[in-house]
Design a protein around this ligand. Structure first.
Ligand code: BDR
Ligand code: CA
Length: 314
């Protein structure tokens, strides 16, 4: 199974993404690191530990990372999307964490897991990219241990936090730029344009709830999130952004990707946090296999929507 580390800010869709990896036989979940984002770090960390407890995965170490972005600490939460505690106000219904938090923090756990790995590891950052930027800045030697970084973030046609910027990138654009543009590591970007198309409806959620105790507990985290996405989508469903990215981390190729140059806008102006993917025909590179040129990413552009929804449900 593919070795995987998830970096996360749960978050309802993060909770689904963690469960997807924790319960998948195709992947070896080595660890989970947490970051500020949807709600403050203390809450995202507790939520991640509770979801792992729900999934019976006390073997997976968890470490807390950055509480604030790298440069400009303007901290916008998304508790209006995910509820006051990040899980629709329902986090206390999940089991208490079983395993103690790792004492050294996220970067230290990432370094030790990568150093110990006997094959290249996939990292799936599904929150602000602060921890991953700090890791790569302080420990460039671990780059060779990273197979791919599969990032949920960005928007090709605008954002969800501002007109220009998607939440994870907007939350720490300097960190996102470091990881996506400056570092020579292979990155896959799973933007909101595709995750929106993968939205699941109330029938899908009903099947999840009927699937067993873990499915029931996950579905119970969705009321506030559903209320938000009912307005955003115009129909009764939710967008599992982070689970879409983790699906690609687990099953490489489940998303169709194309290689494009990318920039991240870090000015303090109205486009701060925008991902500028150059999709002009001449920018597309077909022979992108193994291409780790800085400033280029594999952008997820399409998938078999029903197949993906079925995979996550299963
Ligand atoms: C991203 O922002 C967060 O609210 C979600 O958890 C997801 O990672 C979507 O823009
Ligand atoms: Ca997230």
């Amino acid at each position: 199974p593919t070795p995987l580390i998830i970096d996360t800010d749960p978050g309802v869709d993060d909770a689904f993404a963690i469960a997807l990896a924790a319960l998948s036989e195709d992947v070896e979940l080595l660890g989970v690191t947490t970051v500020f984002g949807n709600v403050p770090l203390e809450a995202t960390t507790l939520n991640a530990r509770r979801v792992l407890a729900l999934c019976g995965r006390a073997d997976v170490p968890v470490a807390a990372g950055a509480a604030r972005p790298l440069v400009h600490a303007q901290l916008q939460r998304a508790s209006h999307v995910h509820g006051s505690d990040g899980l629709s106000g329902r986090s206390a219904a999940l089991p208490e964490p079983v395993r103690a938090l790792e004492p050294g923090g996220a970067v230290s756990l990432l370094v030790s897991l990568l150093e110990a790995a006997t094959e290249p590891v996939t990292i799936a950052p599904i929150g602000p990219l602060t921890n991953i930027a700090l890791l790569l800045a302080a420990h460039p030697e671990v780059r060779e241990k990273i197979a791919r970084i599969v990032v949920m973030g960005g928007g090709l046609a605008g954002g969800n936090t501002t007109g220009a910027a998607e939440f994870n990138i907007w939350s720490d654009p300097e960190a996102a730029r470091r990881v996506l543009v400056e570092e020579p590591v292979p990155c896959v970007l799973v933007p909101m344009d595709l995750t929106y198309r993968c939205a699941v409806d109330s029938t899908w959620l009903g099947k999840l709830a009927a699937s067993g105790p873990i499915g029931t507990a996950l579905e119970a985290l969705t009321p506030d999130y559903l209320a938000h996405y009912r307005k955003a989508l115009g129909w009764d469903g939710i967008v599992l952004h982070d689970a879409v990215a983790v699906a690609e981390a687990i099953r490489p190729g489940i998303l169709k990707t194309e290689s494009y140059p990318i920039e991240v806008e870090c000015s303090l102006g109205p486009a701060r946090g925008a991902t500028l993917v150059d999709r002009r025909r001449q920018a597309l590179r077909a022979d992108a296999e193994g291409d780790v040129a800085p400033g280029r990413v594999e952008v997820a552009v399409d998938t078999d929507l029903e197949g993906l929804r079925g995979f996550i449900l299963e």
